[in-house]
Each structure stands twice: as C-alpha cells, then as structure tokens.
Design a binder for this molecule. Structure first.
Ligand SMILES: Cc1cc2nc3c(=O)[nH]c(=O)nc-3n(C[C@H](O)[C@H](O)[C@H](O)COP(=O)(O)O)c2cc1C
Length: 265
C-alpha cells in the first residue's frame, strides 16, 4: 500500500468480511433465482419488478456478452497469482471482461448455459457464489469510467438476465475515490465493482444474524471477482476503507456499500 492509504487500524472492523469466508457453512432454506438469455446491445426501459434499484427515468438496460466457462488459466494458477494491485494501465476494459467478472462474482450459471443451470438441489437456486437461504441480499454496482462500449456511469448488475441497468450517467470515479479516503487507485482504475448489502432483506429471514451472512457472502463474491480478474490478466484490489454514506450517495444506492473493487489492466 502507498500514497494516502489508511493504516491497518482502519481495516480492523473490515477484515472480518473476508476472514468470515472460512466459516461459511451450508445454509439452505428456500427461495429460487431467475434466469434469462443474453444477446448484446441496449434495450430501453428497466426490467419489470426489480426491487432496490433507484429509478432515474430513461436509463438503459445493457445485455452483457455470454460468459465463458473455460479459460486459459487454471484455478490453482489464479490462486497462486492473485495479489492486490493498485496500479493500472489507462487502457479500457473489454465489456466481455466486465461481464465475466460480474458473472464470476455472483452470476447465474444458467446465463452461461452450463449444467449448473438446474440449480441447488435444496433451494432450487444457484449462483457462482453461495448465499444463506438463497436470498442473495447483495447488489453489485459498477462504476464505469473506461469500459469498451459502455458510457461512463453507474450500473447495477442483473444476474438473472446477465445484464447491466444504468442507474446514473457520468464518470463518478473522482467522487468515489474522494469517498474512499482519496485512495488514488479508486480514481484511476477504469472501473470499480462495488458490493452492497440489502440488510433489511436478509434480516427479514435471519434477524441480526443476517448481517453476518451478508458479510460472509460479500467475501465469497469478492474473492470470486479477484480470481476471475487474475485469470483474465486484470488487476484488482479490495478496498474496505471508505465513508459508507458518501459511497452510497455516489452510487445512488439504497443498500449498504461493503467493498469497492477497482479493476484494470
Ligand atoms: C476487508 C479488507 C479491506 C481492505 N481494504 C483495503 C483498502 O481500503 N485499501 C487498500 O489499498 N487495500 C485494502 N485491502 C487489501 C489488503 O491491504 C491486502 O489484501 C493485503 O495487504 C494483502 O495483500 P494481497 O491481497 O496482495 O495478498 C483490504 C483487504 C480486505 C480483506
């Protein structure tokens, strides 16, 4: 770490997110996920009945390229090579790579056409990351500044459709970095993925313990993204030091931001 990086004490309360991953147990109870196809291109209007997404009239819905389930790098190689990286080249990130990262984070295998599409035997649902009771309380936001075929803006990932919904137009990387204690890698990365939790939704099922489950799930999602980025030759860093309300304000998010993951070549 360097530059304006906050000291280790800042991370004390945040380190539990990924430490908790090791404690993940089997939690099964009952809801299911949706699935849908992908083609590419922009559709007009939001999908019907999508809760928790700020409405900003006239914003687009963008299909992502179908994710791949075979790559050049083995899981073991990605594990061995993963490191937090805080410097990025100014080159743009391919839209297919962004889609791949989001799918790896917590996408629906059905959108890649894999056998996993039939779902978990107990819950009937499946994503690339586990979720207590298959509730999926996490939202994945993308703060895009320099992504191929994507206007700068804030987007929310729709896992069932493997698509992005634009919630805010304009490049807000500068504001995001300011909300993250001016960590320069947040400003310079072509994009950041922000993991945010819908606590009321998970509390409804699990009470206060639901908060723990959401944090554990966020660790799973973050590691999936980091490993996929490594396999694609992209750099990432997990950023937990930021002002929660400011980050939520930048995103226009109703959920609680948990982690910012800057990504770049
Ligand atoms: C919960 C959590 C919060 C973190 N927050 C930050 C952060 O705000 N800024 C940063 O530069 N790195 C942050 N890191 C990254 C750690 O500094 C990094 O993982 C650690 O130095 C180990 O290096 P490695 O990831 O390359 O193995 C965070 C990591 C975790 C797990």
């Amino acid at each position: 770490m360097g530059g304006t990086m906050p000291g280790p004490a800042v991370f004390r309360g945040l380190a539990g997110v990924l430490l908790a991953v090791a404690l993940v147990g089997l939690l099964a109870a009952g809801s299911s996920c949706t699935s849908g196809g992908t083609t590419g291109g922009e559709r007009s209007g939001p999908p019907p009945g999508q809760a928790g997404v700020p409405s900003r009239g006239g914003m687009g819905f963008i299909d992502l390229p179908r994710p791949m389930t075979r790559g050049q790098v083995s899981l073991e190689e990605a594990l061995a090579e993963r490191r937090c990286r805080r410097e990025f080249s100014p080159k743009e990130v391919a839209l297919a790579h962004l889609g791949q990262l989001l799918w790896a984070g917590s996408g629906a295998p059905s959108t890649a056409g894999t056998p996993g599409a039939q779902g978990d035997a107990t819950t009937g649902a499946t994503h690339t990351a586990p979720s207590a009771g298959a509730i999926y309380p996490l939202a994945l936001y993308v703060v895009a500044g320099h992504v191929e075929r994507l206007d700068p803006g804030v987007y929310q990932y729709d896992a069932g459709a493997h698509a992005l919904r634009r919630v805010l137009a304009g490049d807000v990387r500068e504001e995001l970095a300011a909300a993250a204690l001016r960590q320069d890698w947040v400003r310079k990365a072509p994009l950041s993925v922000v993991i945010a939790a819908d606590y009321p939704r998970i509390r409804e099922r699990y009470g206060e313990r639901g908060v723990r489950y959401a944090l554990i799930e966020a660790g799973c999602v973050a590691q999936n993204i980091a490993l996929q980025a490594t396999a694609l030759g992209l750099g990432t860093v997990v950023v937990g030091a930021f002002a929660d309300e400011k980050v939520a304000g930048v995103l226009g998010a109703g959920e609680q931001p948990l982690l910012i993951i800057p990504v770049g070549p």
